[in-house]
Design a protein around this ligand. Structure first.
Ligand code: G6P
Length: 612
């Protein structure tokens, strides 16, 4: 939801900012813009991607050792040149970039228009830059103070950075609800939405807290104050990830690279948390909350998108092995429903980015009612990771492709460990079953590796089905969330309409859609409701639907019925999602590539949704 990057230091800012924008493009790619201060404060911005901005800026003056840049995911105002950031103030002394939504912008805008301000865009953001300038002029206060006063008048969320023509040595940033990281280099400073534009230059970062303002200077000075004007000591942390994690490493797309990273990302997510010889699972992040889990009468999982699908797998896992009732909620619905919450409820918030606005709001709501909040996040230091009482990171590494892949399987791996940790403490799992599951979990990365060898076969299937208009994905039990996730991947990146459905529910509606042109992907592995799924396949066949079945290696019954089969290794029922999801990711990927879609940056989507 918009990417922000800013630089001040001895180097030319332009190449650093452009590289940063490319790294942040996964956050939005409706328009891009840059402001550079040399003798003049110049703003260049245009509709389209960062590449378009680079072309637009060719032959223009890009000199300057201080600047700010932005890549936009449009909320208020269509994606066009005028609505692109940065936005100038009336005098053109200030330029500002913003990620978030100013909810009371209409009222503030009218006030400013009444006072003689002219607006050049339809954005909520332009209101803020005029307001800051107006306060500075009327109250005769410096820029930090006028920003502070302006922010106190704003309802909504923001991560902003301001550059001023009058101060070529400082940048000012502030955040509430949207992320902002300060990079502390040697005599140079950075601000960005995440660490990806910074890691190349420094590993020292400070994650700005909500309602905090930072002032960074060319000489490396860093100051943080709260919106109430209380000075805070910056807490400098060390970045753990490597630059190579942000590059494609020879793959044509980040998505494919990330699909192929899954043996490692699952391994990293379980490494050190399993101990086969001692027959225990130890999820350090929740150690202090094990008692709460044991006593909990229910767990509520809140998440959005793919993370919500992982939550559904979590529901099966916790109910199956830890015997705790689980509800899985869309964070966006939960927060507005006046839900009934008790102090002994446990909320598990799942989020790859750790920044999803609805999930964060759901956490705040549950916290205010006294519930215990456990996080499962991928991005270290993210807002959700910090808002929760405790939690466990998925160690999937940076995920750049907008469609989530390795984060999903890492979330499922961590949920499995979490359910096992609780089950062993609660005594709802026998030692022998625990040992069996641990052994199987350890073998999953190798089985994922084997599953990835299906790539060429899946590519052939993609060639056959690339022109389909609709797809149906069916699964039952643990494979129901897999069906939902498979359908989501396809629609996200190939723009083919796809629906995921519980296989047995198909006869209550979607069966009406089935004809000889309808590909139906059925996850029909050999455990749980296998026999029942075979009946569902028969129902599809009777209506001439085309069956693409994901089956267990060596299967014969489904193979006889299906038009095409994809064979994945045998595993325990609860671990099937970790394998069965892989071919569905590959199918969506190859279909999207064959349809010439932008796989890593699908239209209208953004990876980190920091607005409601
Ligand atoms: C966006 C992304 C999805 C993601 C969802 C939730 O819609 O495009 O891939 O699943 O947000 O994001 P989170 O970071 O909270 O997991």
């Amino acid at each position: 939801m918009c990417g922000i990057v800013a630089y001040v230091g001895p180097r030319q800012a332009y190449p650093i900012l452009m590289k940063g924008l490319h790294r942040l493009e996964y956050r939005g790619y409706d328009s891009a813009g840059i402001a550079l201060l040399d003798k003049e404060l110049s703003v260049y911005k245009c509709h389209g991607k960062v590449d378009d901005l680079e072309k637009y800026v060719e032959n223009k003056n890009t000199k300057g050792t201080i600047g700010i840049a932005h890549t936009r995911w449009a909320t208020h105002g269509e994606p066009n040149d005028l609505n692109a950031h940065p936005h100038f103030s009336q005098t053109k002394n200030l330029a500002l970039i913003h990620n978030g939504i100013i909810e009371n912008y209409a009222y503030l805008k009218q006030e400013l228009i009444n006072r003689g301000y002219t607006f050049h865009s339809n954005t909520d953001t332009e209101v803020l830059v005029h307001l800051i300038e107006d306060i500075g002029i009327n109250e005769k206060v410096d820029l930090v103070e006028s920003l502070r006063i302006a922010l106190s008048q704003i309802i909504g969320t923001y991560a902003v950075v301001i550059i001023s023509k009058d101060d070529p040595d400082s940048l000012i940033g502030a955040r509430k609800g949207s992320p902002l990281v300060v990079g502390v280099g040697v005599d140079e400073m950075f601000i960005a939405s995440d660490a990806s534009p910074i890691v190349e230059y420094t590993k020292k970062v400070v994650y700005l807290g909500d309602e905090e303002i930072t002032i960074i200077k060319r000489n490396g000075d860093l100051k943080i104050i709260t919106i109430e004007n209380v000075e805070k000591t910056p807490y400098i942390q060390k970045l753990e990830f490597q630059l190579s994690a942000l590059e494609k490493g020879g793959f044509p797309h980040f998505m494919l690279k990330e699909i192929y990273e899954q043996p490692r990302s699952i391994m990293d997510s379980i490494r050190g948390r399993l101990n086969i010889s001692k027959e225990i699972v130890a999820l350090g992040g929740i150690i202090d909350y094990e008692e709460k889990f044991i006593k909990a009468k229910r767990i509520i999982i809140v998440a959005c998108g793919t993370s919500w699908h992982a939550g559904l797998v979590g529901e099966y896992l916790f109910e199956d092995i830890a015997r705790i009732p689980v509800e899985v909620e869309y964070a966006s619905e939960f927060r507005y429903r006046n839900p009934v919450l008790y102090e002994d409820d446990i909320i598990i918030a799942i989020s790859q980015s750790g920044e999803t606005a609805d999930t964060l709001a759901a956490i705040d709501l549950a916290k205010s009612k006294g519930a215990t909040i456990i996080g499962i996040c991928n991005v270290v230091g993210s807002s959700i990771a910090r808002a929760t009482h405790a939690g466990s990171y998925t160690h999937a590494g940076p995920e750049i492709g907008v469609a989530s892949t390795k984060a999903f399987t890492a979330q499922v791996a961590v949920l499995t460990l979490m359910a096992l940790t609780v089950a062993q403490k609660k005594g709802t799992i026998s030692r022998s079953r625990l040992q069996e599951i641990i052994t199987e979990l350890e073998s999953i990365p190798a089985k994922v590796e084997t599953t990835l060898k299906l790539n060429d076969h899946i590519k052939e299937l993609a060639i056959k089905f690339k022109d389909a208009h609709n797809f149906l994905y069916l699964g039952r039990g643990y494979n129901f969330p897999v069906a939902l996730e498979g359908a989501l991947k396809l629609k996200e990146i190939s723009y083919i309409h796809a629906e995921g459905y519980p296989a047995a529910e198909m006869k209550h509606g979607p069966i009406a859609l089935i004809d000889a042109n309808m590909p139906v992907v059925v996850i029909a592995t050999n455990k749980g409701t296998y026999e029942k799924v075979i009946s569902n396949i028969q129902e599809v066949k009777a209506r001439k639907g085309i069956i693409i079945a994901v089956v267990t290696e060596g299967d014969t019954a489904v193979k006889d019925l299906a038009d095409y089969t994809i064979e994945i290794p045998e595993t325990a029922e609860m671990m099937v999602p970790l394998l069965a999801t892989i071919p569905l990711q590959l199918l969506a990927y190859h279909i999207a590539v064959l349809r010439n879609c932008n796989v890593d940056q699908p239209r209208n989507l953004a990876k980190s949704v920091t607005v409601e």
